[in-house]
Write a protein that binds this ligand. Structure first.
Ligand SMILES: [Zn+2]
Length: 434
């Protein structure tokens, strides 16, 4: 194999069109002096062959190299037009790999976008590791992320569409809680889009942006029991089966448990729950699935209820929640319907007002709740996307800007990243001849 003298240096550098002149380690960082191979250049004004007017060094941060932060020092050529009458006097050379006045190479910017978007690392953390500012990294995320998110082919065909609301900004002294509606591919567990608001109108508007062919392909729509969403899909997706998915049903039952617990707590102790109160101690255990309780948790649950729930109101609500979960374990639609109606009868005969309210909501959505047994749509993907959404919010410590929030969410759970996988090193003969 015929190697040129500098082939290894060029391969290590990996910046096409550049050659590595020198590399030196300074205080634990790798500094690489590079220049372009361009020798013959024409003037952009008149095409006359340009004359070199020397070089000027410009520094940019690059991907870390061998575990060290890397700095690239580009000895940039200054050109002068050879024709003294030309209006174009001098210019410095440019490269698509390193933008003028940039503080990061383009490949480092692309990597910053992958780490923040795909891997959900905090912007500040990526900025620190690259030795640049927060705004520089966020700009890279926008520049490289937006084309992925705006790609018209991104959404693709969807058989099962899920709608879900998320509070993305909590209320404070200056604003109300702000909600967004998430559109989810419930079969693939992929976030399709995020829009502000949670009304029928925002759903209609988003659906209006889809093609008729796309709408025809949707056979199932999963929503939380929320009239706005049902109305929003009523026209454009009239042909699809409307389903209230188990995740939301169980969530409503859990909210009822919380409500009853707080009321009983107040009645019994005259104050809000706090450390040391029996009910406060079991507030999380109450929401867990019965079959997932450890022996220890079960003992705590029973002791907490014995000490703090004298009229069995929390117990009744907890049993109702488990009855709803039991319904979902039914093998057939008929059996699920039987269990559903038994739940409603039980809840209505109870003395707990929160249970009456829960039963009322369930009855209103009976068709859509039971439709779950027909749709075959699994609960898992929607829940998985929900968890991802919460994770992105947590890593970013909340967002002030909805565009940034949408971008981060879609980059993390709404786009397919084309990242070449490294080849396996075992069982392959290395192509190195030294
Ligand atoms: Zn010229």
């Amino acid at each position: 194999m015929g190697f040129e003298r500098s082939d290894s240096a060029v391969a290590v550098l990996g910046l096409e069109g550049f050659v590595l002149l020198a590399a030196v380690e300074v205080d634990g960082e790798l500094h690489q002096l590079i220049e372009t191979e361009a020798a013959v250049v024409g003037c952009s004004g008149c095409g006359t062959r340009a004359l070199s007017k020397g070089r000027r060094r410009t520094k940019v941060r690059d991907l870390s190299c061998g575990g060290r932060p890397a700095l690239v020092v580009w000895a940039k050529r200054i050109w002068r037009c050879g024709d003294p009458d030309c209006d174009v006097k001098t210019w410095s050379e440019t490269s698509p790999l390193i933008a003028p006045r940039a503080s990061l190479t383009e490949r480092a910017r692309a990597e910053a976008c992958r780490r923040v978007g795909r891997d959900n690392h905090a912007v500040a953390q990526v900025a620190r590791s690259l030795g640049v500012g927060w705004a520089t990294v966020m700009e890279a995320v926008r520049d490289y992320g937006r084309p992925l998110v705006d790609d018209p082919g991104r959404i693709g065909a969807v058989g099962g569409l899920g709608l879900d609301e998320t509070a993305w900004q909590r209320a404070n002294a200056h604003r109300h809680t702000a909600f967004v509606t998430g559109f989810v591919d419930i079969l693939a567990g992929r976030l399709l889009d995020i829009v502000a608001g949670r009304s029928a109108a925002v759903v209609e508007e988003w659906l209006a942006g889809r093609s008729q062919e796309w709408l025809d392909g949707v056979h199932t729509v999963a929503i939380d029991p929320h009239r706005g969403y049902a109305n929003g899909v009523a026209e454009a997706l009239a042909h699809a089966t409307l389903v209230v998915d188990p995740f939301h049903v169980v969530r409503l039952a859990n909210l009822a448990i919380d409500d009853v617990r707080r009321r009983v707590q107040q009645d019994e102790r005259g104050h809000r729950g706090r450390k040391g109160d029996p009910l406060y101690g079991i507030r999380r255990v109450l929401l867990q699935a019965n079959e997932r309780l450890s022996d220890h948790a079960r003992v705590r649950l029973e002791a907490g209820l014995a000490a703090g729930d004298p009229r069995d109101e929390i117990l009744d609500t907890w049993l109702a929640k488990e009855a709803l979960r039991h319904m979902y374990a039914a093998d057939t639609m008929a059996e699920a319907a039987r269990r559903f109606d038994a739940f409603v009868k039980e809840a209505r005969s109870s003395t707990v007002p929160e249970l009456h309210r829960l039963a009322k909501t369930m009855v209103r959505w009976r068709t859509e709740i039971l439709a779950h047994h027909r749709s075959g749509a699994s609960n898992g993907p929607t829940e998985a996307v929900n968890l991802l959404i919460k994770k992105v919010l947590r890593v970013a410590h909340g967002f002030r800007n909805l565009d940034n929030y949408r971008l981060r969410l879609l980059l993390h759970c709404g786009v397919k990243w084309q990242t070449p996988a490294a080849t396996r090193i075992r069982g392959r003969a290395p192509r190195l001849v030294a």
